[in-house]
Ligand binder design. Structure first.
Ligand SMILES: *[C@@H]1O[C@H](CO)[C@@H](O)[C@H](O)[C@H]1NC(C)=O
Ligand SMILES: *[C@@H]1O[C@H](CO)[C@@H](O)[C@H](O)[C@H]1NC(C)=O
Length: 519
């Protein structure tokens, strides 16, 4: 039936229908086979969505998510001036993020501007964008922290990963290769960020009011402040000539603490993602290989077929133009149920100290739920299939995307279940050192396949420390590969991971929260 319909409709119609139909698939479009092959990446994209932690580790986003910011959501904006902003500008979800920009050092000052609300302010010699130049004309003299509130539910596009990180490592790939036609240079040769923002507001402004991105902190590019936001207040910053008002030794430390409070979620439902209509490159049969072998685990669009990149842009426009009337499945919640059940336990089973008997105890604990004793020939296959569909068998799939997400999540589940049942069987057969070692090897291969970001968490740090992962433009290689608790004194020395711009640890590169000289 499905293929007959496909032939009748012709290829281009099939593509157009793909986002609504659970059955029809075109060869070059989103397809089940790609979802199966990239199952762990899709699973982790769901897990990391709108979370600072996983999106910092998997910093090259490959997905485009329709989302809503509810009415009456508070936002902050640092500006060299205290007058309400009109037109397109940047907003921060967090006070700490905006505060770094509420200062007047640069005259025109960074209000968010082409570097985003938390990006480092432009260096004095750096060319500024046309947008910023226009602002310079105003006599900005009262640096202020602005407070805005959404005037209504705001439809936005969320770009996952570190999509506001100004690097050449792939963090900007969604914008550079898909949404904004590949031009990396802003007007006047300046940074491309203002151009990316203007391009996205131009091409998608009729269907969305802004774009949500992440650097060290989540931000919104609001296409028109006048229509989307109510101005609540602007509070002037302390005058620089009163030293008592300017004790400020904790700025970077408290910045990381504040942003780190969002590692596991943005809180208060401030971004509601329509997962059932996610557009992800992981659903396409396309080359996402990173040409830099040092970052092979991070995908890139730089080697992708331009035709598919264009199709993805059309798909993004299509989902944004047809807002779904049925509520999205909470795919992130589903993935959380799975991760929390297995994450700590897989690591526990692989510990050197875990004995044959303890490992079998853990496996029985995890798997007996699925086994209908006594064991006959069909018991274990049935148990594996129950295990594979647990947490997902009750979902009511409506979009084609739901079916692709189901394929990805069930592929991950299936791999977990097959591995655990296989280990259980060999441990029941044999109690030798080699069986135990082989079981732990299999668990280690499974954790490598899964790549869950939970395994790099710091645990609770002391009150005078912060858990620090590399978040553009902060952090060194160590903070990317093995994040850990960092003391108040050491936060500002952790640099050097990010390539191609500020944050690469070049002498003089500035970080958020760093402004005028401390003393
Ligand atoms: C922004 O919105 C205001 C009020 O709706 C409107 O007058 C103005 O033309 C808009 N600006 C742009 C650049 O679209
Ligand atoms: C994918 O891209 C990589 C990196 O540019 C390249 O080495 C590889 O040959 C490409 N693979 C295919 C199948 O085209």
């Amino acid at each position: 039936m499905a293929s007959r319909l496909a032939i009748l409709l012709g290829a281009s119609t099939v593509l157009a229908l793909a986002s609504q139909s659970p059955i029809i698939e075109s060869q070059n479009g989103p397809n089940e086979e790609s979802a199966r092959q990239r199952a762990p990446q899709i699973f982790n994209a769901l897990h990391s969505s709108v979370r600072q932690w996983g999106s910092s580790l998997y910093h090259n986003g490959m997905s485009f998510l329709p989302a809503t910011i509810p009415a009456n959501t508070d936002f902050y904006h640092g500006n060299p001036d205290n007058k309400p902003v009109t037109g397109m500008e940047w907003l921060a979800f967090e006070i700490e993020h905006a505060e770094g920009f509420a200062r007047g050092r640069f005259g025109r000052g960074p209000g968010g501007g082409p570097h985003g609300p938390g990006g480092p302010p432009p260096k004095d010699e750096e060319p500024l964008s046309e947008l910023r130049r226009r602002d310079e004309v105003t006599e900005a003299t009262t640096p202020a922290l602005h407070h805005y509130r959404t005037a209504h539910d705001m439809r936005v596009l969320y770009l996952d990963g570190m999509s506001a990180g100004k690097t050449t490592m792939g963090t900007l790939d969604q914008q550079e290769f898909v949404l904004c036609d590949g031009d990396r240079t802003g007007p006047g040769g300046g940074p491309p960020d203002a151009k990316f923002a203007a391009d996205m507001c131009r091409d998608f402004g009729h269907v969305i009011e802004g774009v949500v991105r992440m650097e060290a902190g989540f931000e919104v590019i609001a296409c028109n402040f006048s229509t989307s936001l109510h101005f609540i207040s602007a509070t002037a910053r302390p005058p620089s000539d009163v030293p008592e008002y300017n004790h400020n030794q904790l700025r970077e430390f408290e910045f990381v603490r504040g942003i780190g409070q969002r590692y596991h979620g943005i809180a208060a439902g401030r971004v509601q993602v329509d997962y059932s209509n996610i557009v992800s490159a992981f659903f396409y049969d396309m080359n996402l290989t990173n040409p830099d072998p040092a970052h092979a685990s991070l995908p890139r669009f730089s080697s992708s077929d331009p035709k598919i990149l264009k199709d993805i842009k059309s798909a993004v426009l299509s989902v944004l133009s047809n807002p779904s009337s049925t509520p999205s499945i909470d795919w992130q919640g589903v993935v959380d149920l799975i991760v929390t059940r297995y994450s700590d336990r897989l690591q526990f089973m692989a510990l050197p100290s875990t004995t044959h008997s303890i490992l079998l105890s853990e496996l029985n604990f995890l798997l007996n739920l699925f086994i209908d004793y006594p064991i006959t020939d069909s018991t274990i296959p049935t148990a594996i299939s129950r295990c594979t569909t647990s947490y997902i068998s009750g979902l009511s799939l409506s979009t084609h995307t739901d079916h692709l997400l189901y394929t990805a999540v069930s592929t991950v589940k299936s791999t977990i279940c097959h591995t655990l049942f296989s280990i259980r069987s060999s441990l029941l057969d044999s109690n030798t050192f080699n069986t135990l070692k082989s079981a732990k090897d299999q668990i280690n291969s499974l954790t490598k396949y899964l790549g869950w970001t939970t395994w790099l968490e710091c645990g609770k740090c002391a009150y005078d420390e912060v858990c620090m992962v590399a978040m553009w433009p902060l952090g060194g290689v160590k903070e990317h590969e093995h994040p850990s608790c960092v003391s108040r004194e050491d936060v500002s020395s952790k640099t050097g991971y990010w390539e191609g711009g500020p944050g690469g640890g070049r002498p003089g590169s500035r970080r958020p929260g760093e402004g005028r000289d401390e003393r």
